[in-house]
Write a protein that binds this ligand. Sequence first.
Ligand SMILES: Nc1ncnc2c1ncn2[C@@H]1O[C@H](COP(=O)(O)OP(=O)(O)OP(=O)(O)O)[C@@H](O)[C@H]1O
Length: 770
Amino acid sequence: MKTAYWKNEYIALEHWPKEAYTRVHEAGKNGELHCSSCHQAVIFYLGIHDEPHFIHKDPTIPPCQELPKNSHAAAQAKEEPAEYGGFRLPKSRSISAEEENEKNDWQSPYHIKNLQPFVLSAANHQSSCHPFTQTLKEHGWTLDEEQSLAVTTDARHLLVLAGAGSGKTRVLTSRTAFLLLEKRVNPKSIMLVTFTSKAASEMKERLTRMPGMGPSTLQQLYTGTFHAIFYRILMHYDPDKWHSSKLIKFDGEKEYILKIAASELGIDEREFAFDACIQQIGKWKNDLYLPSDVRPDGDFEHSALELYKKYEQYKETHDKFDFDDMQTGCYTLLKSDPALLSAYQNRFRYFLMDEFQDINRVQYEIMRLLTDKAEHICFVGDDDQAIYSFRGSDSSFLLNLKIDFPDLETVYLAANYRSGHKIVQTANQIIAQNHVRTQKKMRALHDQSPAPVLFYPHDEEMESVMIMTDIMEKIRNGASPSDFAILYRTNVMSRAIFERLAVSSLPFRVDADYDSFYNRRAVKGILAFLKASLNPDDPSMLNDLLPPLYLRKTAVQDAKALSILNDCSLLEALPHIGGLKPFQKKTIEKAVSIIGTLKNIRPDIAIETIEKELGFQNYLKKRGNEGNKMDKGSDEIKDVKVAASKFNSVQAFVDHATHMVAMSKEVKKRSKTEPFAIQLGTIHRSKGLEYKYVYLLGCVEGCMPHDYALEAWREGDRKPIEEERRLLYVAVTRACSELYMSVSAKRRGKTARPSRFINNLKKGAPIAAR
Ligand SMILES: Nc1ncnc2c1ncn2[C@@H]1O[C@H](COP(=O)(O)OP(=O)(O)OP(=O)(O)O)[C@@H](O)[C@H]1O
């Protein structure tokens, strides 16, 4: 059914603006929609597969005949009210039923076609006859011919080079078991390096299920990430120097140190990309470049080098260290203490290293030192999954291993056990466009999964509703929440889907580094103005309100004292703070006079007022992170406006934001102990994982590839774009059965273009009008 009543208003979907669809959907959930014929309650279906339509809430009632177009109700809809169904139509838009130009075409989902046909390869199913492989098989753990070779070879130096889902982790785990059980290697002499600590514990967990593997043996294995292993070495050697209380954990802290240094050096804060500078310093350190080794190229690197020097001085004087220092510190320690190095070399004789494509120079050099007396090294990696080069990782270490290890034996794994043929072909097609890579092609073992789907929401809000509908349908049909992952390029993209999940009854979890969208710096600033408007005495808004009014944080105390003294609100006290410069006084007085009115206007308009009239835009330019490459304050403002546009009042929006901040804390806590939940996460964090159903948000230019990569590409640097393509490849290859990629028409309130990475997937196929 294409028509309904929203309270007393008539909705004909054909003429209803798509930006209002999510509101109609909400209205249906709240019981505000009724059938235009029988007046029974209806809900609004807004999913991926079928066109949006109304359905009776009671599933036993069949669809009704629609009312004719020229009925009384339809005529009512022609009056073009300013507020319609609680939704404001753009003034220029007519909702007249006669105006066919205004027809609201639905773009059907596109099932990726033109993929190479599936060919069943007999080799895929052959399992090896090696006795160890046979033993594993008897215990339900199969290895194919290639995997078995990688597990049982006597090669001293072994590289397992393989595509996604080809069983690299399975091989690494089996090879560890082979060394322990077949070769009777002392577990204490094995070092097993994984990319995440979770992967290390998962591998240990898999090992416990192998025949003859006791927990005491596994406890003796030396496992962990490079960082964890290096830190353990440092702590063993000098626990005071490396005490965790001295660790600089967050980029925010680094940025603070760099901003002070920048002002001392006269670097213009407004223009400078502090996030890129933090990355650059990390890159130099991971490349083992001391400040004196750096030969800067261009203005940015010159400034970054000066800041690098200052940053190192700061840590020295304040007795601090950061994560990069754990690596460089370990390298220096091992180089400077031959006895210590020798002790480690004598202890560890067997090395197994996963995700080797993401190794950086300092890690490689430490690995070279530690493995000097090694009897066996197994490197595992996939250059197509190298996604950390922005922080100094370099897959050429993997690809050039033969130079340092001339007897290196390479085993290629080509069979993909994880995904259906159409997903594997889609991934092959995406990654084949990269110029810098080793040529390899994955082949799937079955063709039972449907083709990946591109779907076309109007915006971020509709994207999240469509995904939710699809997930709920699948769960009703027997899927488990843990079958699903919703992946995105950057955390800021998760706002809308988080909000939908938060108000649903579905269990979901987030990455360990997740933080609420409403805790972002610029968003908190905007919220402070809105909160002040609702309650000028709310002390919780003061801290975030002061910086955009150019007041120091210490002004909190002054404001509190003045409000008591003058018997006025905290907000009213601000212009009376002593020592204000004329421009400050003017800004504050204007703000105070306008803030009070914000609560009476629509939240998105209120935000616009804060931005333009109350100087928030200028503040962001001066003090924000507008020079940043990744997270720009102005982008956060665009996002917050999209979020606010769902609400009719400032109060409702502020309440919602407060609720979401509390929810994100709660969900984060729950995430640690919630195994049967929908996973919400960045693509970076999804590496090594797999899910039956994967949804990819924002497959549009600017999101994927990210704006920063597009900028680099325009300046002639292809590397970031290739890395973005690898990210998409990683995301696509997480899906076992079904993959959905969202190509929204709008992003941050502006028209968006489909990602260049998926454009070629549609070649030769009809592209529906957008
Ligand atoms: N020989 C095999 N028989 C059956 N299933 C297998 C086999 N090898 C691997 N698998 C399954 O295929 C999936 C992918 O394996 P694994 O995670 O080891 O791949 P990977 O190469 O490490 O993947 P990625 O690099 O994409 O993270 C897992 O579900 C694993 O259990």
